[in-house]
Design a protein around this ligand. Sequence first.
Ligand code: NAI
Length: 334
Amino acid sequence: MIRTAFFDTDEKEKLFFQKALPNKCELVLFDRPVSQVDITLVEKCEILSGFVYSKFSKEILEKLPKVKLIVTQSTGFDHIDIKYCKKKGITVCNVPEYGSNTVAEHTFALILTLMKRIIESTMRVKMGSFDPTGLTGFDLKGKTLGVIGTGKIGVNVIKIAKGFGMNAIAFDPFPKKDLEKYLGFAYKSLNEVLAESDIVTLHCPSCEETKHIINDKNINLMKDGTYLINTARGGLIETQALFNALKSGKIAGAGLDVLEEESFLAEERELLTKGTTERHNLLTLAQNHVLVNLPNVIVTPHNAFNSKEALQRILDTTVLNIESFIEGNPINTV
Ligand code: NAI
């Protein structure tokens, strides 16, 4: 039995890990991050697992010389001293992928809600009227979807778009030429994608190069009445530019799961595990934001990743990472 410590773990997760690893590991479970745990309680542990709040620093790891494996229940691993782990031969594993289909599905939830005027329609019915006058929407079939970023999520979005009979075009500085042919879409320049799409959807990472990738200058390249969807990161869109384009009708509607001010967030699951203060802050930010109140804008609270199945995949991958390591074939190593 390998002594294994789990940090940042709630009651439901504790039960899951106890059930999933009964014969292989002797579990020590904490709801707190490693920094708030009496380190002598885990000094016999060979495996450590936690979320981004558990900073596995050199100072902590020096006190735990038996550790052979650290499994983070996140995609990011900058809370772990990788250099120290390499030096000491400690294997580090992460959860590289848990919700590509989940976010792609949410992208289409936003698109369909806008194009089929679902919110206005349900509001009307709730008000007691079954009159569809003025609620004409748009078909997706035959429309052109512009995908910015053809990574794990972008590719899933293209697959779904094809199911709706849409044309797909895409921009990515690192194009996947084999997929272009296989899935039947066309890579174009960013400006071409903006100019030719009926719906533009963002799926690239947030970094210096992508900050305000949709901005005051290039938003005007879009066709009048384009729809803009963002389930990636708020900082990709210059908010003022979007606001102006919505006002002028250049953009007919926007579906946003992320807003510019929430760029402090590193991991999706932080939204579920952080305390009430942060949740309240996010809500306040969203409420304060002028976009939220526009009738042709729908905003969801960074919820695209948040499906039962995606959260379960994080737990399943964590267990698989531990089992594979014990069997001598570590996977998802970073
Ligand atoms: P990925 O790393 O698989 O794909 C990102 C793609 O963007 C890559 O193909 C890359 O070449 C491309 N890219 C890089 N620079 C670019 C640029 N300047 N312009 C256009 N494309 C560029 O990432 P994945 O898993 O598809 O996720 C995409 C984004 O979605 C993430 O960066 C994350 O911010 C966001 N996300 C949002 C979630 C939510 O709940 N709303 C959940 C998970 C991810």
